[in-house]
Design a binder for this molecule. Structure first.
Ligand code: PXP
Length: 396
């Protein structure tokens, strides 16, 4: 197997480091039980990787690793580009050995060349991370690195766009426009990874017709937010969205005020989760970012938790913002350790998204009001594209 190593715009790494890397990568093929194939690793600077990122992927910022597959991968897999500058900086921030971190980035790139893709498909992120951890265990068992990988995926977070407020404008005049169905299509064209609708008990914006049509036309996934009532559970089972997010609901509230109250309600929620799971619908619980709540949530069998970011969004002054952010970070770690897929949402906008989007455990953000508000000015596609870029950028 020929692993070609090039240095572009950067000082060569020591012979020892290169030899360790080469032998570790050879071992990776043995562990994956696939024939060895050649590929190139280019070590470079932040400035150069940014050029690549901009030129090939239209992302105007530096990143740690990029991978470009060749057309005929039966012979030559392609190129992995790594910014050594970024690798050094990040290894310090994460308190990891530089060698270990560099290897992790290379393995990540190699898996991309082999066809794994954490940015596409429903299960590939988990599969990719699992392979990454298994490989690192087999070739360079650095405990700190393994713990780090278990906590963090090199995965851009997803954006699910809530189109409720397009229907709010329609309902203001009880007419037939603007149509949230059109908004859903445009949001997907702008890069949304999912469409969210909240079928409220008073049907003040989204109605059954909207949910049914959006379910039919979405190319990504439909997330139905709803209260846990027999009528809505029956409706969800008929419609079969990809996911149901259970939320608390008071008819007189302006928007969802807090997370689900689980104290004394575990059995009731568990029953709903079971019923929805039985027909293939994943269930998310909208929860306040608190330890006790998350531990109770574990007993319900739900797969996903959406952490309520409302308090963070409303926090006044730097101190309060930092406090709320730390609360979200702690809750995200705990939720992930408990085995949940972690989502977050509520009150997030173009100004406050950055710090929460940088929490690595959060895999998806559910955002509505700010995107619909901005779409009035710049159009739906552009409003979604801008939010997605802010989320991606926060991950580095
Ligand atoms: N997540 C949940 C569970 C919600 O109920 C809402 C509001 O409908 C959102 C996210 C989106 O909140 P916002 O409209 O403030 O972005």
């Amino acid at each position: 197997m020929k692993i070609e190593i090039q240095f572009l715009d950067f000082e060569p790494l020591s012979r020892d480091k290169i030899n360790t890397l080469r032998s570790s990568l050879k071992r990776a093929f043995e562990i994956l039980k696939i024939p060895e194939r050649g590929f190139t690793i280019v070590f470079t600077s932040d400035a150069k990787i940014r050029e690549y990122n901009r030129f090939f992927l239209n992302r105007d910022y530096p990143t740690n690793v990029l991978a470009f597959k060749s057309d005929d991968r039966s012979k030559y897999l392609g190129e992995i580009i790594i910014s050594v500058e970024r690798a050094e900086e990040e290894s310090k921030v994460y308190n990891l050995s530089f060698e270990a971190y560099l290897l992790a980035l290379t393995v990540h790139g190699l898996l991309h060349l082999l066809g794994y893709d954490h940015e596409r498909g429903l299960y590939s992120p988990w599969l990719m991370l699992k392979n990454e951890i298994d490989l690192i265990r087999g070739i360079f068992p650095d405990e700190e690195l393994i713990k780090f990988l278990q906590r963090r995926e090199f995965m851009p977070a997803k954006l699910a766009v809530n189109v409720d407020h397009v229907a709010t404008v329609r309902e203001a005049r009880k007419t037939y426009y603007p149509d949230p169905v059109h908004a859903a299509v445009l949001a997907e064209l702008g890069g949304a990874d999912g469409i969210v609708v909240h079928l409220r008990l008073d049907r003040r914006h989204i109605n059954e017709r909207d949910v049914k049509i959006i379910r039919e036309i979405t190319k990504t996934k439909l997330i139905l937010e709803m209260a846990n009532t027999p009528e809505l559970i029956k409706f969800a089972k008929e419609i079969r969205p990809y996911q149901v997010t259970l939320v608390p609901e008071r008819v007189e509230e302006i928007t969802t005020e807090g997370g689900l109250e689980l104290e004394g309600r575990v059995e009731e929620i568990k029953k709903a989760v079971k019923e929805l799971n039985r027909v293939g619908i994943k269930v998310s619980l909208f929860l306040n970012p608190e330890e006790k709540v998350l531990e109770l949530a574990k007993k319900t069998g739900a797969q996903i938790v959406e952490l309520h970011t409302g308090k963070y969004a409303e926090a006044k002054g730097e101190e309060e913002v930092i406090e709320e952010l730390a609360r979200l970070e702690r809750a995200s770690h705990l939720a992930r350790d408990l085995g949940f897929i972690v989502h977050a949402g509520h009150g997030l906008n173009y100004e406050n998204i950055g710090p929460v989007a940088a929490i690595p455990e959060v895999e998806e953000f559910s955002i509505g009001h700010s995107i619909i508000g901005r779409s009035i000015m710049v159009g739906m596609k552009e409003a979604v594209r801008e939010m997605k870029e802010l989320i991606l950028r926060a991950r580095g």
